[in-house]
Design a protein around this ligand. Structure first.
Ligand SMILES: NC(=O)c1ccc[n+]([C@@H]2O[C@H](COP(=O)([O-])OP(=O)(O)OC[C@H]3O[C@@H](n4cnc5c(N)ncnc54)[C@H](OP(=O)(O)O)[C@@H]3O)[C@@H](O)[C@H]2O)c1
Length: 478
């Protein structure tokens, strides 16, 4: 067997070079066998090189649990077992063979990628607990050897992947012990390119995803969004979910949304649906999004609608003649006088800088909220700061129409740049034509202090509801 011959040759070469060498074969996924094999050496071992690995490439849908376990075992159980069989405090060198498949991901290797990424995390953690040890997780590119079979080589050749020749790999390995590399806890060796590009096939028919509301109901974005007695899901959370879902399904950032409409808001008072569905229907260059719930009897209720335009990038714009950030008056009372109903986590409108019906300018600042680990936002949109644009619309209606109000929809959302997280920015509210006795239509623009437009909501429709003033004032306090 070639393997056995190679082992014999290597052992002979090491001996010839004047070193003492012993070779033990043991299944490192077997803790008892590994501990027994290493017991006689436990007091002497000062270095660990973990190179065991197994591949079982398969697309996720076709993976079997037993194959995943086979891939995980030598890396995860194996490393734990060997480390436990040695005296960790004696180890001066720990070198782990990880892979760019973990660093970048690779088609068919989700399990192998995860296992290798765990090695990276393990290396960082071990280094933290044993700062004196040299610890390195080597994220190898593909070698022209070992587990890279002739079939895999052919695939890599087709993808234009440059393989690492054995001599080069060996040199890179030894170079890693140089003093200058001592701080490399996780490093990539070989070409720093992914082994495969992510494949995305644009959906041609409707795609529906679902989300349980349970995770949201205790989140400040809901608990600090109380109208009267009941928390209400902010419309921006629905808008953010639409943006994020289209981005994740299609792989293209969403920088423009049209026709966002609130059909029926979600009141989180115990009667809310357990889950919402979000259906994305491709239509030319756009994706129509419908967020709905289904009741016990199977009746479908529309809640929100929007049209995302992935790939459209809004042209750069600026707003001229903005007031200074520190002028005007404090805006705190807006949250207690019946203008705004938002609780502490959403209180981001800070100052009223210019108070003209033709142009209201507010100073805003809010530590971003990311409910659902970011599921309700996208690459250029996060719901906490975005909510401040709608709040600004309500402030305009209160100041110039003397009424409490709620947003109904936004004709066009242009996402130029993400809104700053915990940093000040300005919000400009200007009336646009097309309102009626009870509805105002506004243009709301968030910009940087230098006037660079960050986000623009055109055609924000806000409905006046004087009876809401008492409810707002009775909302979340504190
Ligand atoms: N080759 C590459 O291009 C490449 C790229 C990135 C990372 N890596 C990593 O580098 C390491 C070495 O890869 P390679 O190409 O040399 O692979 P290989 O030729 O397939 O060698 C893998 C080694 O792991 C050993 N092993 C597997 N399961 C074991 C277990 N339960 N107990 C003890 N030993 C076990 C195998 O021993 P037996 O032969 O006795 O089963 C074999 O010696 C792997 O960790 C791999 O993930 C390789």
């Amino acid at each position: 067997m070639t393997g056995a011959r190679e082992i014999r040759r290597t052992l002979a070469e090491i001996s010839a070079a004047g070193s003492t060498v012993e070779y033990l074969a043991v299944d490192i996924t077997d803790p008892a066998a590994t501990a027994a094999a290493l017991a006689p050496y436990k007091e002497r071992v000062t270095g660990l090189v973990h190179g065991a690995g197994v591949l079982a490439d398969q697309l996720i849908a076709n993976k079997k649990a037993s194959e995943i376990e086979r891939v995980f075992a030598p890396k995860l159980t194996g490393l734990r077992t060997v480390a436990a069989a040695l005296d960790a405090d004696r180890l001066r060198h720990v070198v782990l063979f990880s892979s760019v498949a973990g660093f970048f991901g690779n088609r068919g290797q989700s399990d192998y990628a995860m296992a290798n990424e765990v090695l990276n995390a393990w290396a960082s953690s071990f280094k933290k607990n044993h700062p004196a040890a040299r610890v390195t997780s080597l994220n190898w590119g593909a070698w022209d050897s070992g587990m890279v079979s002739p079939e895999i080589k052919a695939v890599f050749r087709e993808r234009g992947i440059v393989l690492i020749p054995v001599e080069t790999g060996a040199r890179l390995f030894t170079e890693q012990f140089a003093a200058g590399r001592a701080a490399d806890v996780v490093t990539v060796l070989g070409p720093t390119t992914p082994l495969s590009e992510p494949e995305r096939s644009a959906a041609t028919g409707p795609v529906t995803v679902e989300r349980e509301l349970g995770a949201l109901t205790g989140h400040p974005i809901v608990t600090d969004h109380v109208i009267g007695d009941a928390p209400v899901l902010p419309a921006v959370a629905a808008l953010g979910w639409a943006i994020g879902a289209v981005e994740r399904a299609g792989g293209t950032p969403v920088r423009q949304v049209r026709d966002f409409a609130v059909h029926k808001g979600i009141v989180v008072d115990g009667t809310q649906p357990d889950r919402l569905s979000l259906t994305m229907t491709p239509a030319g260059d756009t994706v129509q999004v419908a967020i709905r719930s289904t009741d016990d009897k199977g009746a479908v209720r529309p809640h929100y609608g929007a049209v995302a335009v992935p790939g459209t990038v809004p042209a750069a714009a600026t707003v001229a003649g903005l007031p200074a950030l520190d002028g005007g008056r404090d805006a705190g009372e807006l949250y207690t006088d019946g203008t705004l109903f938002h609780g502490p986590a959403l209180r981001g409108v800070r100052r009223i800088l210019a108070e003209d019906a033709a142009r209201l300018v507010l100073r805003a600042e809010l530590a971003e909220l990311r409910p659902g680990d970011g599921a309700f936002g996208g690459s250029h949109f996060a719901p906490g700061t975005a909510d401040l644009l709608l709040q600004a619309g309500l402030v305009w209606v209160k100041l110039f129409e003397d009424s409490a109000s709620l947003p109904l929809g936004v004709a066009s959302v242009d996402l130029h740049h993400p809104l700053p997280d915990g940093e000040p920015f300005l919000i400009v509210v200007e009336p646009a034509g097309g309102g009626d006795a009870s509805t105002s239509v506004l243009t709301v623009t968030a910009c940087a202090p230098d006037g660079t437009v960050l986000v623009r909501f055109d055609g924000v429709r806000v409905v006046s509801a004087p009876q809401l003033a008492a409810k707002f004032a009775g909302g979340v306090s504190g």
